[in-house]
Design a protein around this ligand. Structure first.
Ligand code: SF4
Length: 481
C-alpha cells in the first residue's frame, strides 16, 4: 500500500512532544509516515499550546497558513490537537472552517478512528474534546516518540494537574491528575533501551504527586524501579512542584546514582505576597530550605527554575525580592515569562494589572541578572571533569562541516549542561552518515571530558583520551574535579 505523509507541528511543552510521538506511532498501521515539510503532506496535525498568548497566536497563525493549501488539495486532512483545541473546541472550526478534526488533550488515542471516519465521509467535521473520554495510554511504546535526541526520550508518567495555580490553565485543558501504572512505564522505557536509548526524562505536571490518587507506588519508589532497568544510564524528571518536594525524593538523590544531578524546581516569584496570590502554597523561605536540604544531599546539584514577572499586583519591591531570591539560589539557568491573562485562569480576573512596559523592563533586568549568575556558575566548572553523554554533532560543526581531522561533538553532563568538544575525525565517516560523521558511533556513549572554557549557555571541553564510561552505567560519581 502506498505511504501517506503526516506532518506534525508541535508547539509547547515536552508533553506535546510526547503526544506527537504517540500519534506518529498510532498512525503507522494506517501507513502514515512522518515528514519534515507540510507542503506535500496528506495529513497535517497542529499540536497546540495555550500556556501563553504567544503560543496560541503561533498556532492560529500556522492554521491560517493552511487555508490556501486546503483549497489546492481538498483531500488534505487538517487536525488541530492539544491545549488550544481543548480550550477553543468549536471556535476553531468556526474560525478555520477548513479544519477537519479538533481533538483535545485526551483524544490522542482516537486519532485513527477520526481519520477512518473522515475517509468514510469527507463532509464530516469532528470535535473531540471530552476530558473524561478515555483512560490512560497503555505501555505500548511509540517507535518514534518525542525526545531530546536519539539517545534520550521523554516518557509521560502522569497527566493533568490538581493544583490550580491562579495563572495557569493546565487543570482546565489537561484535566485532573491521573497516573500511569509503573508496569506500563517500565515496559515503555525498556522498549526504548532496546533501541539504544540510555536516558529518559519522566514527564508530569507535578511528578511529586505521582500515583497518590490511584494508590500506586510513590514517585521515589518509581524512580528506583526505573533505575533498575539494565542499560539505562540516566534518569531525569520534570516538573516538580516545590510544595511537594518531599524528603523522600530529596533523599532519592542520595540513593539513586542514575538520577541526574539536576532538578527543575519552578519558584515563579521571590515574594510571599505574590506566591500567595498565585496559590503556590509555599513561601520563599520554604523554597530556600528545600534547596538547602537538596544541596546537603547532592552539594553540586544543578537547579533551574521558572519565573513569572508582572503577575497582577506585583510591585517593584516584590520584583526586587525575586531578584534577591535568584541571586541567593544560584540557579544554573531560568525560564522567565511576562505574565499574560489566560482565559479560565482566575488571575485573569485580578485587578492591578502590571503594564507591558514595566513587565518587559523587569524581564530584561531579570535576564541580565541571571546571565551574570549563569556566567559565574559555568565559570566554576572550568577544570572539572564530567561524564558527558554524547548526543550528536555540535551546531558549529554542522555549519563548518567536517575538516577531516577533528569533529566537534556535543553532549550533556548529568547537570544538563551542554558540552562541546573535539574528537579525532574518521575518514570512513562523513557528515552525511547517521550520526553526522562522528567516529566510531560515539552517540549514546558516555565520555569523560575536562571543561576548558565556559560560554554563555554551554561549556567547551577536551576529551580525556582513552577514558570511556561505556554506555553510561555507573557514571554517578565521576563529576568530581
Ligand atoms: S502546578 Fe500550577 S503551574 Fe503547574 S501545571 Fe499545575 S496548576 Fe499549572
Amino acid at each position: 500500500m502506498k505511504h501517506k505523509k503526516v506532518y506534525i507541528n508541535t508547539i509547547g511543552c515536552q508533553m506535546n512532544v510526547y503526544d506527537s510521538g504517540r500519534m506518529v506511532k498510532l498512525l503507522s498501521p494506517m501507513n502514515y509516515v512522518p515528514v519534515d515539510s507540510f507542503y506535500n503532506a496528506d495529513l497535517i496535525i497542529v499540536n497546540t499550546c495555550t500556556i501563553r498568548e504567544k503560543a496560541v497566536q503561533k498556532a492560529h497563525s500556522f492554521i491560517g497558513r493552511l487555508s490556501g493549501l486546503k483549497k489546492k488539495r481538498p483531500g488534505l486532512i487538517i487536525a488541530v490537537a492539544g491545549c488550544v483545541a481543548q480550550q477553543q473546541g468549536d471556535l476553531i472550526m468556526a474560525r478555520f472552517p477548513y479544519v477537519d478534526i479538533v481533538m483535545g488533550t485526551r483524544a490522542v488515542e482516537h486519532i485513527c478512528a477520526h481519520i477512518g471516519a473522515l475517509n468514510a465521509d469527507r463532509s464530516r467535521k469532528i470535535v473531540d474534546i471530552d476530558l473524561e473520554s478515555i483512560g490512560f495510554i497503555t505501555g505500548e511504546a511509540p517507535e518514534i516518540s518525542g525526545g531530546i535526541s536519539g539517545v534520550s526520550r521523554y516518557v509521560t508518567i502522569m497527566r493533568g494537574c490538581d493544583n490550580f495555580c491562579t495563572y495557569c490553565v493546565v487543570p482546565y485543558v489537561r484535566g485532573r491528575e491521573e497516573s500511569r501504572t509503573p508496569e506500563d512505564i517500565i515496559k515503555e522505557i525498556t522498549s526504548y533501551v532496546k533501541t539504544g536509548v540510555c536516558e529518559v526524562t519522566l514527564l508530569g505536571q507535578n511528578v511529586n504527586s505521582y500515583g497518590k490518587k490511584e494508590g500506586l507506588c510513590s514517585f521515589p519508589h518509581l524512580l528506583e524501579r526505573v533505575a533498575g532497568i539494565s542499560g539505562l544510564s540516566r534518569i531525569r524528571f520534570v516538573t516538580s512542584h516545590p510544595k511537594d518536594l518531599s524528603d523522600d525524593l530529596i533523599n532519592a538523590f542520595g540513593r539513586i546514582d542514575k538520577l541526574c544531578n539536576h532538578i527543575h524546581l519552578p519558584v515563579q516569584s521571590g515574594s510571599d505576597r505574590i506566591l500567595s496570590g498565585m496559590h503556590r502554597r509555599y513561601t520563599r523561605d520554604d523554597y530556600m530550605k528545600k534547596l538547602d536540604k537538596l544541596r546537603n544531599v547532592r552539594p553540586d546539584v544543578a537547579v533551574t527554575t521558572d519565573i513569572i514577572v508582572g503577575f497582577p499586583g506585583e510591585t517593584d519591591d516584590d520584583f526586587r525580592q525575586t531578584l534577591d531570591l535568584i541571586d541567593r539560589a544560584g540557579f544554573d539557568t531560568l525560564f522567565a515569562f511576562a505574565y499574560s491573562d489566560r482565559p479560565e485562569a482566575p488571575a485573569s480576573e485580578y485587578p492591578e494589572k502590571v503594564d507591558d512596559k514595566t513587565k518587559s523592563k523587569r524581564l530584561g533586568e531579570l535576564f541580565s541578572c541571571q546571565k551574570e549568575i549563569t556566567r559565574k556558575v559555568y565559570s566554576r566548572q572550568t577544570g572539572k571533569i564530567f561524564p558527558v553523554l554524547v548526543e550528536g554533532i555540535s551546531k558549529k560543526e554542522v555549519h563548518n562541516l567536517n575538516n577531516g581531522k577533528t569533529v566537534q561533538i556535543t553532549g550533556r553532563t548529568p547537570e544538563n549542561r551542554i558540552v562541546n568538544f573535539d574528537v579525532p575525525g574518521d575518514s570512513e565517516h562523513n557528515v552525511h552518515n547517521r550520526h553526522g560523521g562522528i567516529p566510531g558511533d560515539l552517540v549514546g556513549k558516555t565520555l569523560l571530558v575536562r571543561i576548558t572554557k565556559a560560554c554563555s549557555n554551554s561549556l567547551s571541553g577536551e576529551l580525556l583520551t582513552g577514558v570511556s564510561l561505556g554506555d553510561g552505567e555507573n557514571e554517578g560519581e565521576a563529576h568530581a574535579a
